[in-house]
Design a binder for this molecule. Structure first.
Ligand code: NAD
Length: 497
């Protein structure tokens, strides 16, 4: 893995259009290996639309090799003392930090996100390994009182081989937030990153091997959802599937795993509201709304893609928000603008279609609304930061996840109306509330149908705070101590004495 600085790597990338040291195969049993069928696919830089690398495209046979490798790895790892698991996870956190420059540059080119966002994602990934390192030797059970003639207690044991199906918007940290608790629990893993962002999962798995994880405990198969993701989810030796992605694919995965009765975590989409009440700090709410929707070009499951605003402050808030939005810079992620491109041409088309349909319905598009290019290269898959004002709750732009830099604004006249608007979609991932009256904010937080609610700072939280949605946003939690539950099962042992 390259040890050059970010500046050196960026200079080299812009001069050659390539990055040094990218893995070329799947990572199975501690080694990079080619696909059995030799298939490969091009990786496109969304910031300029050019191919910068190739990766292996796996199929069911590659997946089967990876799962068998993980099953062997599990037999070693489940018997490894928890204190040693802690040491490996802590070494992994240190290695991520040591290679942060390289991982961040690769992530930025592969996904399109700005370098600053990629650096934040890599840093959060190190923190996830560190956090779960601290938990690996504290997985205690309970003793159960049954009277003098019995002794009864529960133990928490690892579930087995876990599958991690990962989307393209946060490839590094989605890998870390599933894999770190799984191996901390004593499981072995097979991960399948998204086809447009294959590289950082491979690099992270390699670092785990370097950190001292026995061969086979971590495996990564790259490739398409249908050819690699599906065989992974349905493999009979998979004990738990952690799927992060769209609702449509999540439902399909749920159906796929049903015959095997495989355990499942679904981290799906969202249409999360930021509620700005009439007594809030309007400037703070405008800053919060800007970051909530335009962070990672809106490609965040928990993006604040709806602004539910009290009529009394609507004009003031919109004026501030528009000013800030018009000042946003766009460009190739490595140039560190405010906002990078969308992840693929296909996705750009989807976002454009959503906004075109809103325009045809006569929606008030206050700014943006069109695809655009990287000012330096004239290429790339960019979409202008877009705000659509005064939408009704049943408008498709309010109801559907657009997963791009498009904010849908809903104006309300009371706290009751704000709550009804905020809860008025089929999602329930997160929500934000801005108010100077903590009682008012907490009453809303109590009644919001969301897995997380933040008050007066939209992204408040961290790896310590359990994350996961309600309704069509999925089920199960990642992050926090609850994030380990998916990878552990309880066994109770009772003895007559
Ligand atoms: P997607 O559903 O298209 O793909 C996600 C992953 O599933 C990819 O690795 C893909 O290859 C794989 N896949 C596709 N078909 C499959 C199949 N039949 N069987 C098994 N695997 C299959 O999602 P995406 O477009 O990559 O990601 C965007 C979506 O992810 C958005 O809806 C977003 O909200 C959601 N997301 C949710 C969270 C969360 O934590 N809740 C986090 C990030 C993204």
């Amino acid at each position: 893995m390259s040890t050059k600085s970010s500046a050196e790597l960026i200079e080299q990338y812009f001069a050659t259009g390539a990055l040094p040291g990218l893995p070329e195969g799947h990572l199975i049993d501690g080694h990079f290996v080619a696909s059995g069928n030799g298939a490969r696919m091009a990786s496109v830089d969304p910031g300029n639309g050019k191919v910068f690398a190739e990766f292996a495209v796996g199929d069911a046979k590659d997946v089967a090799r990876a799962v068998e490798s993980a099953a062997r790895g599990f037999e070693i790892w489940r018997r490894t003392r928890p204190a040693e698991r802690c040491r490996v996870l802590n070494r992994m956190a240190a290695l991520i930090r040591e290679h942060a420059a390289y991982l961040s540059v690769v992530e930025s080119v592969d996904s399109g996100k700005t370098l600053a966002e990629a650096e934040g994602d890599v840093s959060a990934s190190a923190r996830l390994f560190e956090y779960y390192a601290g938990a690996a030797d504290k997985l205690e059970g309970t003793s159960i009182p049954l009277g003098p003639d019995y002794m009864s207690w529960s133990i928490r044991e690892p579930v087995g081989v876990t599958a991690h199906i990962i989307p393209w918007n946060y490839p590094t940290s989605t890998f870390a937030r599933g894999v770190a608790p799984s191996i901390a629990a004593g499981c072995a893993v097979v991960a399948k990153p998204a086809e447009t962002t294959p590289f950082t999962a491979l690099l992270m798995a390699r670092l785990l091997c370097e950190a001292g994880l026995p061969p086979g405990v971590v495996n990564v198969v790259t490739g398409l959802g249908s050819a690699a993701g599906e065989p992974l989810a349905v493999h009979p030796k998979i004990a738990h599937v952690t799927f992060t992605g769209s609702v449509g694919t999540g439902v399909r995965v749920m159906q796929q795993v049903a015959p095997n009765v495989t355990r499942l975590t679904l981290e799906l989409g969202g249409k999360s509201p930021l509620v700005a009440l009439d007594d809030c700090d309007v400037e703070a709410a405008a800053e919060g709304a800007l970051s909530a929707i335009f962070c990672n070009a809106g490609q965040v499951c928990s993006a604040g893609s709806r602004l539910v605003v009290s009529r009394a402050i609507h004009a003031d808030l919109m004026q501030r928000l528009l000013e800030k939005t018009r000042a946003l810079t766009l460009g190739h992620g490595l140039r560190n603008p405010h906002m990078g491109p969308l992840n693929s041409e296909l996705h750009l088309g989807r976002v454009k279609a959503h906004v075109d349909r809103a325009r045809e319905r006569g929606a008030a598009i206050l700014c943006g609304g069109n695809p655009t290019q990287d000012p330096a290269s004239g290429g790339g898959f960019f979409f202008e930061p877009t705000i659509i004002d005064a939408l009704a709750t049943n408008d498709p732009a309010v109801q559907q996840e657009i997963f791009g830099p498009v904010l849908a604004v809903q104006v309300v006249d009371s706290d009751e109306a704000a709550l009804a608007a905020a809860n008025g979609t089929e999602y329930g991932l997160i929500a934000g509330v801005y108010s100077r009256d903590i009682g008012r904010a907490l009453r809303l937080a109590r009644d919001l149908d969301a897995g997380q609610v933040s008050i007066n700072e939209y992204w408040a939280g961290g790896v310590e705070v359990p994350f996961g949605g309600n309704r069509k946003s999925g089920f199960g939690k990642e992050k926090g101590l609850e994030g380990m539950d998916a990878y552990l099962r309880t066994k109770c042992i009772t003895a007559r004495i």
